[in-house]
Design a protein around this ligand. Structure first.
Ligand code: UD1
Ligand code: CA
Length: 489
């Protein structure tokens, strides 16, 4: 993608986006783990512009705070009133001065790109293609256009008989014949920076919407005798903006399909792309298998040979090679190589499963380190714990970590055996190789190798049911069993 570095990329994002019907500014809505405006900025960044500028207005404080955390390299310029796309660019030039320096930075050209914060599908490749056409043809301005099935709402590209671009007419200002044109203005342009600065000052608001249209700069520069041109996008879907939540869902689907396609081409098996969702920041190694109904969010990574899903949601979770993770919800967890998780398992932040460890059905873990080969196979809560290697935690054991005020830690040693239904009341330590008897409530430390029994001794009250539950089915069953016993003797 070698094109000269643009002097600046200006992203217009001051509008409210009323059709989203949201308290969140439109461009801060998220798809595939990134907001709309951050998708645009990350495509822009690939071109390494001299300056990256975002025009903000609506909810400017929230926008500014967001941008300073996700995109500190972008400069926010405030447009106090949204008086049109031309006004937005004029506001930038008034705020930051000339974008094209006589002696620009290393390798920086004269081109200024203008794009919108609500086109998350636009790729760096398409922006580069626009710059290439613009600079090769020596244009003053080149507009990115597309043939769309339904151009309603868009500005139309007016060309002469020879195909040369004459002007852009907004739908509200267009004649019926012009409205029939299906080549639309994407709103993305490459400008000669100096000519843009001159042209944008001369735009009037004398139109149906009373706005300063950036589109008018094109006819102004053409009127001055400069070359204007168009670059037709290969795929119109890329340039479609998101205006409401129906379009947001559509864009998310397109982006997700793109990401899955990249992963599949890199060697990942995605069994059912239609029900698999991944964020942009997810990494998957070759020979990973993703089963249906899986969502991978944030910085989740899955190493080679691991299988994830079905019906699994992982957020910021690391899955080691060869691990199997089924029907699981995990957040900020580390699942070691060849570990086994699920089905129906909930791993909360701070869970670290060692190599070949197991967290089985109906197990919940939080802030718990589980050593190599240790097994927590069924119905258990493990909170605030360190479990050594080769330990076995019986079904239904509970790590009682909370006393109502504070959380306490439990340590279980190497090769320890915690019996079924043991309550480990923290803080407590089970030594290496120690056992606990099923049903015990352990409140004190167990030395290495000891068996801890902490439960009432069993006593049987003979004949209790016959006396105290006379006439019930239980009493009748007991009577029969006793009669059979007598017969046998
Ligand atoms: C604009 C174009 C139209 C094109 C369409 C593509 C103009 C006059 N028209 O129309 O030809 O087909 O985009 O989507 O440019 N914005 C600001 N400040 C403003 C006005 C707008 O930052 O004062 C931002 C908005 O947040 C939005 C973008 O610019 O992201 C486009 O503005 P919008 O009002 O939606 O323009 P359209 O009417 O869609
Ligand atoms: Ca729009």
């Amino acid at each position: 993608m070698s094109v000269p570095r643009p002097a600046a990329i200006i992203v217009l994002a001051a509008g409210e986006g009323t059709r989203m019907k949201s308290r969140t500014p439109k461009v801060l809505h998220e798809l595939c783990g990134r907001t709309m405006v951050d998708h645009v900025l990350s495509a822009a960044r690939v071109l390494d512009p001299g300056r990256l500028i975002v025009v903000i207005g609506h909810e400017r404080e929230r926008m500014r705070t967001h941008l300073s955390s996700t995109s500190p390299d972008a400069q926010a310029v405030i447009q106090h009133e949204q008086k049109g796309t031309g006004h937005a660019v004029r506001t930038v030039l008034e705020a930051v001065g000339p974008l094209v320096q006589p002696a620009g930075g290393v390798g920086i050209g004269r081109t200024v790109l203008v794009t919108y914060g609500d086109t998350p599908l636009l790729t760096a490749e398409t922006l580069a293609a626009l710059i290439r056409v613009h600079e090769t043809d020596g244009n003053a301005v080149t507009v990115l256009t597309a043939e769309v099935p339904d151009p309603t709402g868009y500005g139309r590209i007016i060309r002469d008989g020879a195909g040369a671009v004459l002007e852009i007419v907004e739908e509200k200002d267009a004649t019926p014949a012009q409205r029939a044109i299906r080549e639309m203005n994407s709103g993305v342009y490459a400008f000669d920076g100096a000519l843009l600065a001159d042209g944008v000052k001369r735009v009037s608001a004398n139109n149906a919407q009373g706005e300063e249209y950036l589109t008018d700069v094109l006819s102004i520069l053409r009127g001055d005798g400069h070359r204007v041109g168009a670059c037709v996008a290969d795929d119109y879907v890329e340039v479609e903006g998101v205006n409401d939540r129906v379009q947001l869902a559509f864009a998310r689907g397109v982006l997700n399909s793109r990401l899955l396609e990249q992963h599949m081409r890199a060697g990942v098996t995605v069994v059912d792309p239609a029900s698999t969702w991944v964020d942009v920041s997810v990494t998957l190694e070759p020979d990973v298998v993703i089963h249906p109904g899986t969502q991978l969010h944030g910085r989740t990574s899955v190493a080679t040979g691991a299988e994830v899903g079905p019906a699994t949601t992982l957020t910021d979770t690391e899955v080691g090679s060869g691990a199997v993770v089924r029907n699981t919800v995990a957040e900020r967890a580390v699942i070691g190589p060849d570990a086994s998780v699920g089905p129906y398992t909930y791993l909360r932040p701070g869970t670290v499963l060692g190599r070949k460890a197991k967290a089985g059905a109906y197990v919940e873990m939080k802030n718990a380190q589980v050593g190599e080969g240790s097994k927590v196979p069924h119905l258990t809560y493990v909170g605030d714990a360190t479990i050594g290697v080769g330990a076995n935690i019986g079904a239904s054991a509970i790590f009682v970590n909370y006393d109502g005020v504070e959380k306490h830690h439990t340590t279980v040693g190497d090769h320890a055996f915690v019996g079924c239904d043991t309550m480990l009341v923290a803080p407590v330590t089970i030594g290496d190789g120690a056992f606990t008897a099923a049903g015990s409530t352990i409140t004190g430390d167990v030395p290495p190798g000891a068996m801890a029994v902490a439960r009432g001794r069993q006593r049987n009250i003979e004949g209790w049911v016959t006396r105290r539950r006379a006439g019930t089915a239980s009493a009748e069953a007991a009577r029969k069993a006793q009669a059979d016993q007598v017969e046998e003797h």
